[in-house]
Design a binder for this molecule. Structure first.
Ligand SMILES: Nc1ncnc2c1ncn2[C@@H]1O[C@H](COP(=O)(O)OP(=O)(O)OP(=O)(O)O)[C@@H](O)[C@H]1O
Length: 528
């Protein structure tokens, strides 16, 4: 009944007897392209190509060491240059094992090779948060090769556990910060939600950091559908498939086929979330206890959130970020399946955390440079640049008798710009240092007319050069609307002046012109 395989990561795998439609693999060679209806991808047609083996041999330099990307428990993965270099893909070549005999299925054990299962499932679903199938191929031994989207930035496992004994370990400079960690978590949650909400649902059964790959836009994609099951839990094929997964991520309540539900994926996702927060492995003998659940949940219950933060990056300055992540993770790993949240709820929870963490990205650099500005709780991120670790934004710091223009942006790109200091003749604004780290600028600010100290200071309308990637601070208390756009102001008008007087010397003013405002409103608050 199935098989057990363990690699260094202690993976347990078993076969999938029922989730299988041979039609795709039996197709004649002439039928080169298949169009299927996407389950998760809003009925978007997905073209699945059938490649010639020689084509893949050429594309991978005869599966050369140069093209080698990595090795999993079921096979090796190579980078392939297809269509005269116009398509870069990853080719998964399965290990010759008991599945790779003349029949693709082992009927006695009701087993389907993971590669066949992956083709079967991925040919029916397509989603931007998944590592999607491009095509497949069979070699002369009936061994299946999968051609999937190429993910140039490795796996989440590599990013989180950099410096470890993994050969693919990333240098510590690639260690993701909190914004990126929350964003990865949200993207994976969306992938799982899409699988669970497809009809029939797909249960991945092997959610873990090494199956989360990072694409060229630094977005997380969920891959490896070798163990996935497509069907309703009451379907005989789901009910009769033996449990499978990876130790450390496996739902402890999933002991028999009938125990399987989407909540098993929720459990594995909870483990992944704890791994993202703590930076430690799901099972790690260097910790006591070695199981991440046994280690983290008591700390979370005690409210000791600092203790589970990855100390390589430190805790975010807003304690609610880690608290919310930790509590969400703890709910996902509850031992009783029905008490775990649905993935839709997890997605909503992570969206809120993501907004919080984006506020910090704007607030923290400001706090380092400007004294006496409102705290992050007074700022609301309206839109953010998701492709960068940090929000790119220009901020004018308005002071009595002068102005400072501060460009802020991604820490990651580490480009440095200086703080311009035009007509500086007034009070100190408490800039810390003279260099500000930024990536690309998104806009410039119009001139500020500075009124004498103690008088209301208004924000000028800001015209953004680009409307695509931007971060905007908004405070309900400070917003001022005009026909030209909305304006934020510190200091305020007469009635507010006294109360907010102290902020006049450290005003932070940001606004948008009408066109940018309309564009912003069309965009979701956080779109991932
Ligand atoms: N689409 C891809 N693009 C780029 N690299 C990939 C891709 N798929 C896999 N890899 C690389 O190949 C490695 C092996 O992947 P594979 O999916 O076979 O195994 P795994 O998920 O690491 O382990 P297991 O098989 O135990 O689940 C990955 O860790 C990753 O580094």
């Amino acid at each position: 009944m199935g098989y057990l395989s363990c690699n260094a990561e202690s993976a347990i795998a078993t076969c999938d007897p029922y989730n299988w439609d041979r039609k795709i693999l039996r197709r004649k060679k002439t039928d080169k392209i298949t169009t299927t209806t996407s389950a998760a991808g809003a009925n978007k047609p997905t073209k699945i190509r059938e490649f010639n083996y020689d084509e893949l041999v050429t594309a991978t330099g005869s599966f050369s060491a140069d093209a080698f990307l990595g090795k999993g428990s079921h096979g090796t993965v190579y980078r392939a240059s297809l269509d005269d270099g116009r398509l870069i893909a990853a080719v998964k070549k399965t290990i010759q094992n008991k599945y790779n005999n003349s029949s693709t299925t082992t009927t006695a054990a009701n087993c389907t090779a993971p590669a066949d299962n992956e083709i079967e499932i991925l040919s029916r679903i397509h989603h931007p948060r998944l590592v999607n199938l491009i095509g497949f191929c069979s070699d002369s031994n009936h061994r299946k090769l999968l051609v999937v989207e190429y993910m140039p930035n490795g796996s989440l496992y590599d990013l989180l556990h950099s410096g470890g004994d993994n050969n693919n370990a990333a240098p510590s400079s690639r260690l993701p910060g909190w914004s990126r960690r929350v964003r990865f978590a949200l993207q994976v949650a969306k992938a799982v939600q899409a699988l669970h909400s497809s009809n029939p649902p797909v249960i991945h059964r092997d959610i873990k950091s090494s199956n989360v790959l990072i694409d060229d836009k630094w977005s997380a994609r969920l891959g490896d559908f070798g163990l996935a099951l497509r069907g309703h839990v009451e379907d005989v094929r789901v009910k009769c498939t033996p449990p499978a997964g990876t130790l450390g991520y496996l739902d402890p309540g999933y002991l028999a086929p009938g125990d399987l539900s989407t909540k098993s994926d929720v459990f594995s996702f909870g483990i992944l979330l704890l791994e993202i927060v703590s930076g430690r492995n799901a099972i790690d003998v260097n910790y006591s206890p070695p199981s991440i659940v046994d280690w983290a949940v008591p700390l979370i219950k005690r409210g000791d959130f600092t203790a589970i933060c990855d100390d390589r990056v430190g805790c975010p300055s807003d304690p609610a970020v880690v608290r919310n992540l930790a509590v969400l993770a703890a709910r996902c790993v509850r031992s009783t399946a029905h008490k775990r949240p649905e993935m839709g709820e997890v997605v909503e929870g992570l969206k809120c955390v993501y907004k919080r963490v984006q506020r910090l990205l704007i607030w923290n650099p400001l706090r380092r440079r400007v004294q006496r500005v409102p705290g992050p709780e007074e700022l609301e991120v309206v839109a953010v640049d998701e492709s960068e670790e940090a929000v790119n934004v220009n901020v004018n710091v308005n002071v009595s008798g002068g102005k400072k223009t501060v460009r802020m942006g991604s820490r990651r790109n580490s480009k440095v710009s200086s703080v311009s200091n035009a007509e500086d003749g007034g009070d100190s604004i408490g800039l810390v240092g003279e260099r500000v780290i930024r990536s690309k600028s998104i806009g410039s600010f119009s001139e500020i007319k500075v009124k004498p100290a103690g008088v209301a200071v208004k924000m000028p309308v800001v015209r953004l050069n680009k409307s695509r990637s931007m971060g905007v601070l908004r405070s309900p208390r400070l917003v001022h609307c005009s026909k030209k756009g909305f304006v934020f102001e510190f200091g305020g008008e007469a009635g507010v002046k006294e109360k907010r007087k102290e902020t006049v010397s450290g005003g932070l003013l940001i606004g948008l012109d009408k066109k940018s405002e309309e564009e912003m409103q069309e965009k979701p608050l956080v779109s991932i």
